[in-house]
Write a protein that binds this ligand. Structure first.
Ligand SMILES: [Zn+2]
Length: 88
């Protein structure tokens, strides 16, 4: 089993960690500053989902400025599918 630990600051996980958990990272709080590989993987996965949701909401909000309802066609027209494929 991989026991590698990832330092939150060194691997730039502090912003995702704070955005996903709502907890602040401080190097002066004497708490461990590392995440195991499993938590790191989950954090990155959650961060991707968060970014995807934010971008999707923005794109769909743009569509609603010209369309009354969200349907597949205007989303495709606005390169929504390209966007979804690009952030997998
Ligand atoms: Zn862990």
């Amino acid at each position: 089993m991989d026991r590698k630990l990832y330092h939150i600051i060194d691997y730039k996980l502090d912003l995702p960690y704070q955005q996903i958990t709502g907890l602040m990272i401080s190097e002066e709080d004497d708490l461990p500053q590392k995440l195991c590989w499993e938590c790191t993987h989950r954090l990155i996965s959650c961060q991707r989902f968060r970014n995807k949701a934010i971008m999707s909401q923005g794109l769909m909000t743009d569509v609603l400025e010209t369309e009354k309802h969200i349907s597949v066609r205007p989303l495709l027209r606005n390169d929504f599918s390209l966007f979804l494929n690009s952030i997998k």
